[in-house]
Write a protein that binds this ligand. Sequence first.
Ligand code: FE2
Ligand code: FE2
Length: 477
Amino acid sequence: MPGGTGPPTRQGVVISRSLRHAGAAPVTRITLPSSLVIAALSRALDLAEGVPQGHALRTCWIGMALAEALELPAPVRHDLYYSLLLKDAGCSATAARVTQWLGADDRAAKRALKTSRWSSGRHAVWDTLAQARPDATLPARAWQWARLGRRSTEVSRELAEVRCARGAETVRHLGWTDPAAEAVLMLDEHWDGSGAPMGLRGETIPLLSRLTLLAQTVELFWQAGGPAAARTAAQRRRGKWLDPELVDVLLAISRPADFWANLATIDGPGAVSPLDPYPVQIDGHSPEVLLRVARVFAGVVDAKSPWTSHHSSRTAAYARACARVMGYAPARRDRLTVAALLHDIGTLGVSNLILDKPGRLTAVETDSMRAHTTLTHQILAPLSPLVDIADLASAHHERLDGTGYHRGLRGVALTEECTVLAVADVFGAVTSARPHRAAMTPEQALDLMAPEVGQGLGVEAYEALCTVVAAGGPAFT
Ligand SMILES: [Fe+2]
Ligand SMILES: [Fe+2]
């Protein structure tokens, strides 16, 4: 990656030079390094994988420690950094399929699959069922296992193909690290040729993929059983899944207890951000890169369920079009668009048993579903120095009359942008099919929303939406 590392960082935030235009007041430009932005958003991928928060960050730290020990050049470390953080970018695309296949919470199943008896597909499925469906009786679990067993290898391979291809495409869309995309594509290839999707073996597997798989394995087993479990898992897979020379390096650098003590301190995006030698500077005032990143992650969110496959992008398109009708300046429109693209990022933490359920949700399921706005706020909060969207994005289910969630805000506590995002979100949802109902036409949707206007929904925002709909909707180009 050409270019310098930009201005010095302070806790990951770059406050770049003040720009003084002729006759204008100085403008302080706030930028964040891409290393921090992607590290923050990687926590959404942890939610989708059902792994403990910070898994991607700690995987990144382990992989970068290996890179340092191997004295890899800076451009390679730059690409490795994004491969490590974005290795699970394709995970949401298999969530619905995993739920369908195992009849279990996709996040619990994925977590179990990662640490199950790895040397046998049938045993791995049994372990996964045991962990992901603890409520099922033994005969019920055995029946399901027998039914799945015959196809377990085939389905596992299909899932790996989808996950890796989708993940690679996602990373490529970021536009600054193609080698990381290739590494994600081949993440599930194994040293002995037993992996997927291509069955590559040995050094024909890209180095970044081999490093990422090793770092991921070590983090997962450290999380489950501490340093001894992590080292044992690496040793057992040495020469099978994992590159033996890389395992030897890992075993050498992880012998001192300090290695594990330092790993345990990785508690936020700022802890790994300085490890990228060539971060792209993302500018809040010229948000082309920020919008691209938001679109990429909106794609990850929308891939989680077939019922919401374009929801984030449609909501953003309608919110942006409403903002244009309401005369928002470009910077304000861009901020709203980024918030709209990411407003449901917290749904990556909701099981597809709930998202795709054809019937009414139980009270417990409703609570789980409603938790997504809190998760959205947690994930987006670290971006606030650059673009203050956490409050806006996480308020999309708030209503002016105080009947919304998760804070129960009302009236002036909600900005106008919140009301625009709310109408765009409702409109986007009701004009798309859901498991329990068909899609409404735009006119039916506006009629449905009308009684709420002036109560929970904003008058100006609704009128802008009517104008957009009358004009044929926003351009989806
Ligand atoms: Fe939502
Ligand atoms: Fe939504």
